[in-house]
Design a protein around this ligand. Structure first.
Ligand code: HEM
Length: 287
């Protein structure tokens, strides 16, 4: 990837707006009263899913099989597990330049030059650490029991960031206090985690998985430009990263099996916020 391309990647982060992703899809309207009208013989496939959506489809009577087939196809990735659904939504929020599956339009306004600064990168690392500290504290505390599944996954980043910041300090850099993008994101996920587990899990997934993909590419580019190629601990994992990621995917899929379709959609809809907050932190690199 050349530096110009990379500049466009960074520059395109700010204006993510993909809520229409969900609006484009056909909407099923369900209410508890609809369910009262289902004859036992019509309540098909409740063993497959007890979501209101399927119940409503069953209540439609004629054409049920076709309608149900159609409804099954509504959620890309659904067949492979919920992580694939989250990934699908996330990939669409990238631009084509960022990832080949991206669909978001790149910004038309002039691109800032891809010139990471050491001050900006220090801010990025400090704010990232605050976010990982918060995520890791949340799963340790586990206000909702399912969070406990995500303790000690091997993906944790707070400790490695602490080592990097200590190393940078030794090199003579002064380490800033967390700035507004990191503080806002950290406060947001902390609040969310207490009341909205589906939305919280969306941030958890996106933060750790984005870092393992695009985050690593960015780290490499920055290191080449301003750190003489030094690879920070932030970009190293103990053990095989793809296996660690797979273990977490499996756990996320199991947790989401207990969610209704509405809860799953709620989680998917949070992806856009995750991009917005993370995008603001990423942009610190160029500040
Ligand atoms: C400059 C910014 C970014 C770049 C260049 C970038 C690039 C990429 C690339 C190349 C992939 C791998 C695609 C593949 O599997 O073929 C990826 C995956 C992904 N990205 Fe990004 N990305 C960026 C920002 C973000 C942000 C802000 C988020 C969300 C907070 C995000 C979330 C994800 C997720 C969830 C995946 C899927 C990872 C997986 O399946 O293991 N990315 N990104």
């Amino acid at each position: 990837m050349n530096t110009h391309l990379f500049a466009s990647k960074m520059a395109s982060i700010p204006s993510v707006s993909q809520s229409q992703l969900f609006l484009k899809k056909p909407q099923f309207i369900s209410s508890p009263t609809t369910c009262l009208f289902i004859k036992p013989s019509q309540s098909l496939n409740l063993s497959v899913s007890r979501s209101k959506k399927l119940v409503v489809v069953a209540a439609a009577g004629a054409g049920t099989a076709a309608a149900e087939e159609k409804s099954k196809k509504r959620y890309p990735g659904e067949g492979k597990g919920f992580v694939e659904e989250m990934r699908f939504v996330a990939m669409k929020l990238h631009t084509k330049d960022q990832a080949k599956e991206g669909e978001k339009e790149a910004q038309e306004k002039p691109l800032p030059k891809w010139e990471p600064t050491i001050d900006g990168y220090l801010k990025f690392l400090v704010d990232s650490k605050l976010v990982y500290d918060t995520l890791e504290k949340i799963v340790r505390k586990a206000d909702f029991p399912e969070y406990a599944e995500f303790r000690n996954t091997g993906l944790e980043r707070a400790e490695s960031l602490a080592k990097d910041l200590a190393w940078l300090k030794e090199q003579g850099y002064s380490i800033p206090e967390p700035s507004s993008p990191g503080r806002s994101y950290s406060a947001y996920v902390e609040e969310l985690s207490k009341k909205d587990p589906q939305a919280f899990i969306c941030h958890f997934y996106n933060t750790y998985f984005a870092h393992s993909a695009g985050g690593r590419m960015i780290g490499k580019k920055v290191a080449e430009k301003i750190l003489n190629g030094k690879e920070l601990e932030f970009y190293k994992w103990d053990g095989d990263l793809s296996q660690l990621l797979q273990n977490v995917r499996n756990k996320l899929n199991v947790v989401a099996e207990n969610w209704s379709r509405e809860e799953k959609n709620h989680c998917l809809e949070e992806t856009e916020k995750s991009f917005k907050f993370s995008g603001e932190i990423l942009r610190l690199i160029l500040s």
